[in-house]
Design a protein around this ligand. Structure first.
Ligand code: IYR
Length: 227
């Protein structure tokens, strides 16, 4: 029966405890140098590279394995120009009137403003959409479970893949992002999740002097309990 659970052996390996610790450290160190960058070089990145990055993103776990994501990579200059225009319209509104003072205060250390030239400079904009529900052949809605969480996981893997490849990314969230459906011709069941700007950093780029929280501020280990 097609919809019964079927299992295949897990492709696995059994590294030693030392090897596991070594790899955990190595990956932690590799990821520690990842930074969000807002100044991009116009050096191209091949479509083949982007395809590999997206395959990694598509390997994320998802609710009921529905894989409720659509990635829309854009490199065409005229489409990038349209996206920049629409994003800057929203961002100008945001910075000049919509954003509460407290929000602007929180953003100050990042040095951002409404101008988004990177939306044209960077070689790729990957619009990430959440499929809120699916559609069967008859156009009936198919429920999706934990769709937003799943797309968040896939995007995290995508960001890690970008870094691992030696590229940089910016998670850009113009708000509202509905213009992405129009410009990129996506259907109503897809909601924009974010726009990932991908490419090479501009020469001599600087990033905000901000810190990551130490482990003891992000993790609370439960002590072993006495019986
Ligand atoms: N979307 C705006 C504002 C912004 C909001 C957050 I939360 C950030 O972490 C960074 C920026 C912009 O892209 O400038």
């Amino acid at each position: 029966m097609a919809d019964e659970a079927r299992f295949v052996p897990l492709e696995t390996e059994t590294p030693s405890d030392e090897e596991i610790l070594r790899r955990a450290r190595e990956f932690r160190e590799a990821m520690a140098s990842r930074r969000t960058v807002r100044d991009f070089d116009d050096r191209p990145v091949s479509r083949e590279v982007v395809e590999e990055l997206l395959r990694t993103a598509g390997s994320a776990p998802s609710g009921a394995n529905i894989q409720p994501w659509t990635f829309v990579p854009v490199s065409d200059p005229s489409v990038k120009r349209m996206i920049r225009g629409a994003a800057e319209d929203e961002e100008r509104e945001f910075y000049e009137s919509r954003a509460p003072e407290q929000w602007l205060e929180a953003l100050r250390p990042l040095g951002t403003d409404w101008r988004k030239p990177f939306l044209e400079t960077a070689p790729w904009l990957v619009a990430v959409f959440v499929q809120k529900y699916g559609l069967d052949e008859k156009g009936e809605r198919i429920p999706h479970y934990y769709a937003t969480e799943s797309v968040g996981l896939a995007t995290g893997l995508l960001i890690a893949a970008v870094h691992r490849a030696g590229l940089v990314a910016l998670t850009h969230t113009p708000s509202p992002m509905g213009f992405l459906n129009e410009i990129l011709d996506r259907p109503d069941n897809e909601r924009p999740f974010l726009l990932l700007v991908v490419g090479h950093p501009a020469e001599g780029v600087e990033v905000p002097d901000i810190e990551r929280k130490p482990l003891d501020e992000i993790a609370v280990f439960v002590p072993p309990r006495e019986e």
